[in-house]
Design a protein around this ligand. Structure first.
Ligand SMILES: NC(=O)c1ccc[n+]([C@@H]2O[C@H](COP(=O)([O-])OP(=O)(O)OC[C@H]3O[C@@H](n4cnc5c(N)ncnc54)[C@H](O)[C@@H]3O)[C@@H](O)[C@H]2O)c1
Length: 389
């Protein structure tokens, strides 16, 4: 049974260990744990404790009464820690998660769960063997607008789902790929890293689309088949080995078998995310807020109560509740694994081929994405075909 309440209180706070303190996301996790009575920061670790940003976050943990460790192996031996929040680079998610389960801890792992399906399955097996909870920190799943829209779609508001258009448009400068050694890399230290636009940025919205289209209770995530993908790299940064732009056509294997068209890029001047779901009785859009449309106009709107943080709070609380009551977290490992399956299959469908394209062509990407949506085609199949394709 899954609980999607925003503010459930658990019997006693979860004593958390934060693994990875620097970067963009760990400080937000600390904020959540500081203000949320269901959590208490018992410890944290980072391999770069002398880094000023890491030191600043470590000071917050110490102020809250938590211990600081120089590596995750030592943190995992601390009996005061009952669960960990993993915010280290992608290529370490599997090894840290498996070690945490072996040490008897519950795991809330940052997205992506891992970038290779086999690694996700190793994580799932370790979880099952430990009897602990395993969830992925995908905060958008917890947003009210998302959950309410999903309920309406399941209630038949748009009839049978025929087609899904997903566009996840981001802007990342070249310097973004120089910020850390793992950024933009295919492999790191012999491990899968796959830090392209699909696993890093668009993963949130791919996951949302697969969830919105899935029948059944959360966290059901749909499978896809007949996947065709084209991958491009427009950025000139030598640090970027992976794609910054991905286009996919696929079929979801839900009973309605909708067609999916996806465009994702980090080369868009305007950041914008949109999941449009066409049914045989109407249309739904999730673009940060949810809408049901009739005759092209929004007829019902679904808003978030506190836009930035409620999704985060809900995924954290659902994790806490799962630990204390045995419920299923809304981003349970056993389901979110399908999002990794989908993205990995996209790479396979493209035969791992990433075509270099000129940066100047990004000026025109929005128009090409419009063509892709209208013609339901890959760039090479478009009429007219863009020169760079
Ligand atoms: N949910 C979100 O919206 C969101 C946003 C940003 C990042 N993320 C995810 O969080 C993860 C980290 O991303 P980031 O951008 O913060 O990375 P980062 O490289 O900027 O920071 C990672 C931190 O982990 C530390 N670290 C590295 N190896 C370690 C180890 N073996 N033991 C302990 N600490 C270690 C680093 O020193 C660094 O402080 C990624 O998987 C990313 O996808 C999620």
């Amino acid at each position: 049974m899954t609980d999607t309440g925003l503010n459930p209180r658990v019997s006693s706070p979860i004593r958390m260990g934060q693994i990875g303190l620097g970067g963009g996301i760990a400080p937000m996790h600390l904020t959540e744990m500081e203000k949320n009575p269901n959590f208490q920061v018992a410890a944290a670790c980072d391999i770069r404790l002398d880094d000023p940003n890491v030191a600043k976050q470590a000071a917050r943990v110490t102020a809250a009464g938590g211990k600081i460790y120089p590596d995750y192996q030592t943190l995992l031996q601390d009996p005061a820690v009952e669960a960990v929040c993993i915010a280290v680079p992608h290529f370490l998610h599997r090894q840290v998660t498996v070690a945490a389960f072996k040490a008897g801890k519950h795991v809330l792992c940052e997205k992506p769960m891992a970038t290779h399906p086999d690694e996700c399955r190793m994580m799932l097996e370790a979880q099952k063997a430990s009897g602990r909870v395993g969830a992925v920190q995908m905060q958008h799943v917890g947003r009210s607008s998302m959950l309410e829209l999903r309920k309406a779609i399941h209630g038949g508001a748009i009839g049978k789902i025929r087609e899904i258009f997903l566009s996840s448009l981001w802007w990342r400068e070249e310097s973004y790929y120089n910020r850390a050694a793992w950024a933009g890399k295919k492999m790191m230290e012999g491990q899968w890293n796959l830090d392209g636009v699909m696993f890093n940025q668009a993963v949130h919205f791919i996951n949302q689309a697969l969830i919105l289209a899935s029948p059944g209770d959360l966290p059901a995530v749909a499978h896809a088949e007949n996947i065709r993908t084209a991958l491009y790299r427009f950025h000139d940064s030598p640090a970027l080995e992976m794609e910054d732009t991905a286009i996919t056509q696929a079929t979801l294997t839900t009973p309605d078998r909708p067609r999916l068209t996806m465009v994702a890029t980090t080369c868009s001047r305007q950041e914008r995310h949109m999941i449009e779901i066409l049914g045989d009785a109407g249309r739904a859009i999730w673009n940060g807020m949810g809408y049901l449309l009739s005759h092209g106009q929004p007829s019902t709107e679904f808003h978030d109560d506190a836009r930035d943080f409620e999704g985060n709070m809900r995924t954290f609380n659902s994790f806490a509740l799962a630990i204390r009551t045995g419920s299923t977290p809304i981003t349970d490992f056993s389901q979110i694994i399908k999002t990794t399956d989908f993205i990995f299959s996209c790479y396979q469908a493209a035969a791992w081929n990433i075509k270099k394209a000129p940066w100047a062509a990004t000026e025109n990407l929005t128009a090409v994405f419009g063509q892709i949506a209208r013609q339901r085609a890959l760039p090479t199949e478009l009429n007219p075909r863009p020169q760079w394709a």
